[in-house]
Ligand binder design. Sequence first.
Ligand code: AMP
Length: 396
Amino acid sequence: MKILVVNAGSSSLKYQLFDMDTNEVLAKGNCERIGIDGFITHKCPGKEDFKTEANFPDHKAAIEYVLALLTDKERGVISSIEEISAVGHRVAHGGEKLRKSSILGEEEVAYLESIVGLNPLHGPPAISGFKACKEVMPNINHVGVFDTSYYSDMTEEAYIYPIPYEFYEEYKVRRYGFHGTSHRYVAGEAAKLLGKKDAKIITCHLGNGSSITATVNGKAVDTSMGFTPQDGVPMGTRSGAIDPTVVTYIQKVKGISAEEADVILNKNSGLLGVSGVSSDCRDICAEAEKGNFRAALALKILVHNIKKIIGSYIAEMNGVDAIVFTAGIGENDRQIREDVCKDMNWLGIEIDEAYNKTCPRGEIVDISAKTAKVKTFVIPTNEEYMIALDTQNLTK
Ligand code: AMP
C-alpha cells in the first residue's frame, strides 16, 4: 500500500511517498515559494537529488507537478497515480471536534473552515492543500491528522485557563497543544523501549518551535503549548510562557497595537530576542562559546525553562519512567541535553555524559547512566510516518 503524506504551508507543500509494505520512503520533497516564483527539491533513495525552478501559481499546480514527478519515466517511483491508495494530510488544528485522525469529508472540512480563526496561519493553507489534492485525486480517501488531537484526552483542569469561563464557552479559548503527532510518535517508541504500555513519559520536542508533553499510558496528560504554539518553553523567535501582563504593559509603554505586540512575541522574542544573534541554536551556541553574554544567557533561559516544565510534569504524574529528546535541538545538541539533565539525579534522572557526547545521530539511543532510575532517550521524530500509519489504518 502506498500512501502520500502532504504538509501544506502558506507558500510550500512538503510531501513524502511511503510504501507501507516495506516501510520505505520512496520519494520526498518540497515545493517552495508557491504563488511567488516557485522551486522544487525532490529526493528518491538511489537516485540523484533533483532541484529545479517551477511555476506554481497555487497548491493545485504544485501537487500536479509532484504527481507528474512521482510518475515520471526517469525520475519517478511509481508507474501511475492509481498506485497511491490514500493521502494523509498534516493539519495543525483539529479544534475540539476532530479529536482523532479522520477521513476528510464535507462535514470535517466545513468544521475546519469554521475554526480558521483559532489557527489563522496554518488553517487556510492546510485546507487549500487538501482541496487541491482532493481535486487531483478525487477517488481515494484523504485523511486529516491533527497536531492537536493527541491532547483531546487531557482533563479539564489541564486545558481550561483560569480566566472567565465564558471565554472558553463562547470563544473556545483553552489549551489545545501542538506537535502532538511528533510527541505521539516518540512517546510510542519510548514505551516500546521500556516494554511498558502504561509508562509515564516526558517528551521534549526541541526545535525551532518547542514543546514538552507528559504522557501516561499512551495518552497525553499535559503539554506546554497552549491556545496557540506560543506558550511553553522559549523558542527560536517565540517567547514561550511569560507573565501575560507583560503584553499589555508593552502595548501601553510602546503605544503599539495587539498585532504589533503579537509580532514582537512571535517573531522577535525567544532565543533571537534574548541573544540578539540568531534564532538558530547552532549560531547561538557558537557565539556563546566566543563569550557572548546574551547568547549564553539565551541558552541558560532555555535550559531553565525546560527543567521547570519537566519537574512540574513529574509532580503531576507522580513519577516518570523516561525523558525523551527529539527534533532539531533535542536530537543534535548534546550540550543542551547534558545541561537539562544535570542535577536531576534526586529525581532519578542521570545521563551517561561521555556517551551523550559521542552517541550516533539519526537513530534511537539510550543515553541514561547505568545508575539512573529514569531512562533518557534520544529518538528522532517522524511525524510523516505517523501520518502515513494513521492514514493506512483508517483506509485499508
Ligand atoms: P527543527 O525545527 O526541528 O528543524 O530544529 C531546528 C533547530 O535545531 C535550530 O535551532 C537548529 O539550530 C537546531 N539544530 C539543528 N541541527 C543542530 C546541531 N547539529 N546542533 C545543534 N542544534 C541543531
